[in-house]
Design a protein around this ligand. Structure first.
Ligand SMILES: Nc1ncnc2c1ncn2[C@@H]1O[C@H](COP(=O)(O)OP(=O)(O)O)[C@@H](O)[C@H]1O
Length: 220
């Protein structure tokens, strides 16, 4: 299966993607994680991306599309993938379509995670992420980790992302509305969009997503 996950920052895309990719036996490809790996390895690409990310802006398409394409061409992605954070604007969506068409492939579904705006700001400002596994996310506001700064799941160090300050979150939301949301209509025109609510427990959202993807497949 080839799936694209969309939704505002803080919708839980990364968390859901990790579970869904496991359930569906396809690789989870997150452009945000690819950028963060480049930042921690201090590559040229990482240095360039960081300035955009810290300001809450999109990294330029020239850089992003090439990086996403390289990752999708890896052997593990031959039979499918779950894209998280890509495409993030209409020109990236067009580039993805062109890339898939040239290989006679197509997307199976675009899963849209819906969450109210107030919830997003609350979730992100209080979130801490594990350095060992970025799908281990904790919210100091409600699921406080048992020991401050330590991941309950694996013992890794928890940190706050540089772009998770309230000011940057507001900018990321604005960028989401103006640049990313239009891809939902772009994909609706292709009949690919499946929308679910991202509220509730992590496992409830995963179950909702699996069910929606399944009935979408059955309906095709
Ligand atoms: N496809 C993309 N195009 C441009 N920039 C991207 C893309 N994916 C990630 N980024 C950059 O990385 C940042 C973090 O993305 P991500 O980890 O997906 O977090 P979130 O979905 O919570 O905003 C974005 O704000 C943006 O600067």
């Amino acid at each position: 299966m080839r799936i694209v996950l969309v939704g505002p920052p803080g919708a839980g895309k990364g968390t859901q993607a990790a579970f869904l990719a496991k359930n569906l036996s396809i690789p989870h490809i997150s452009t945000g994680d690819l950028f963060r790996a480049n930042i921690s390895q201090q590559t040229e690409l990482g240095k360039l991306a960081k300035s955009y990310m810290d300001a809450g802006n999109l990294v330029p398409d020239e850089v992003t599309i090439g990086m996403a394409k390289d990752r999708m061409e890896k052997p593990d992605a031959e039979n499918g993938f779950l894209l998280d954070g890509f495409p993030r604007n209409v020109s990236q969506a067009e580039a993805l379509d062109e890339m898939l068409q040239s290989e006679s492939m197509k997307l199976d579904a675009v899963l849209d995670l819906e969450v109210p705006e107030e919830e997003v700001v609350k979730r992100i400002a209080g979130r801490r992420i594990c350095r060992k596994d970025s799908s281990h996310v904790f919210h100091v506001t409600y699921s406080r980790p048992k020991k401050e700064g330590v991941c309950d799941a694996c013992g890794g160090e928890l940190y706050q992302r540089d772009d998770d300050s309230e000011e940057t979150v507001r900018k990321r939301l604005e960028v989401y509305h103006t640049q990313t949301e239009p891809i939902i209509d772009y994909y609706k025109a292709q009949g690919l969009v499946v929308t679910i609510s991202a509220l509730g427990k992590v496992e409830e959202v995963t179950a909702r997503a699996m069910e929606a993807l399944q009935s979408d497949e059955d309906g095709k």
